[in-house]
Write a protein that binds this ligand. Sequence first.
Ligand SMILES: Cc1cc2nc3c(=O)[nH]c(=O)nc-3n(C[C@H](O)[C@H](O)[C@H](O)COP(=O)(O)OP(=O)(O)OC[C@H]3O[C@@H](n4cnc5c(N)ncnc54)[C@H](O)[C@@H]3O)c2cc1C
Length: 375
Amino acid sequence: MSVRNVLIVGGGFTGLTAAIALAQRGVQVTLIDRAKAWARVGHGLTIQGNALRVFRELGVIDEVLATGQPENSLTLYFADGRVMAEIPTPRTGGDDLPATIGALRPDLHEILVRKAESLGVEIRLGRELASFETVGDTATSVLSDGTTETWDLIVVAEGIKSPTRPALGITEDRAPSGLGIWRAVTSRLPEMTGGIAYPVEDDGGAFKVGYTPVGPDQCYIFVLCRPVRPDNGLSDVDEVKRLMANFHGPFDHLRESLTEETFLNFQEIEWIFVEGPWHQGRVIALGETVHAVPPLIAQGAAQCVEDSLVFAEYVTQEGDLEEQLTAFEARRIPRVKGVVDASLQLADWELHPGTPDADPGRLMMQALFALVPAP
Ligand SMILES: Cc1cc2nc3c(=O)[nH]c(=O)nc-3n(C[C@H](O)[C@H](O)[C@H](O)COP(=O)(O)OP(=O)(O)OC[C@H]3O[C@@H](n4cnc5c(N)ncnc54)[C@H](O)[C@@H]3O)c2cc1C
């Protein structure tokens, strides 16, 4: 086996799934995160079938399915609430898994932390990677607590804002997508299945509004909008209600369910794609540290967890580690690029409605069907 002892920096989807996949193959894993404690905050996510396929390999599929709400289709609405179409969602993880599930990020995170701990992964919170050095067949880390240790490999899974990325010789940086997003978790009526609505015209408000069930009586809402929150004196909840004002049908219930107590979050959406290499010597970056996209086909986490599983398969074979890392990247980068290209094109069409020949539905289906084969 090329690696026996690995440091993972970052305990999001990427870091935790890499830790689990490596530990399952006999690697001794230490994972650090800058968070002082795991926070139980966060929004809903749509997890696609190809991510569920990875969760099955990691041995957590039963818990993941139990916490989520499965969906096999998506309803498209006109803004006035009439149904435009109900489209089946591709089962990217195979026919024996749901096309998608909606779930709360903290619930999924807890499942992954529990699994990692059960496999003996050592988790140290409140620590960052201060610096690293690759020497021969090892990498030495200096952590923010002052400790110096030596590893066969360091995995950087710090996410899109990674402070370590430039030290790997990576020159690409995160960039604005032109889009912003509001998200909220709220109640749903039992008959409501996942849906998206489009405005009649660009009135300076929402590009689109959608919701995904995350439990029997809960869903998360998203409002895709401009990246800068207008300085209009409205509270967060009133701003979201303003953006949703022209959307009806199920959106009337969702809008009315929002109160000053609802946990709302606004953020500008950024993206990054690192063409490669993702590694330098004995340090490699995975997940959103090297590829993050606007969530228009909801493949962000799926691409992260696919990275982790395939990475663990490569580096736990017998052979030369440099060759394994290079082969891993050659396999992953084209697949990730397909998702990045499709997501950026979809973002551009959101920003420029009426673009001649724009066909978001077809592009989304093409991008998702391309992910059906194993990662
Ligand atoms: C608005 C929005 C909506 C999204 N919706 C979806 C969706 O519906 N479906 C989907 O699949 N994906 C979605 N995504 C994408 C998904 O959230 C990401 O792909 C995924 O969370 C990235 O995981 P990660 O582990 O690479 O990074 P992160 O989740 O960012 O985790 C990084 C971890 O590293 C830690 N860290 C950072 N820096 C350091 C450091 N220097 N030292 C130690 N620790 C550090 C952080 O504390 C964090 O725990 C969405 C993203 C956004 C922005």
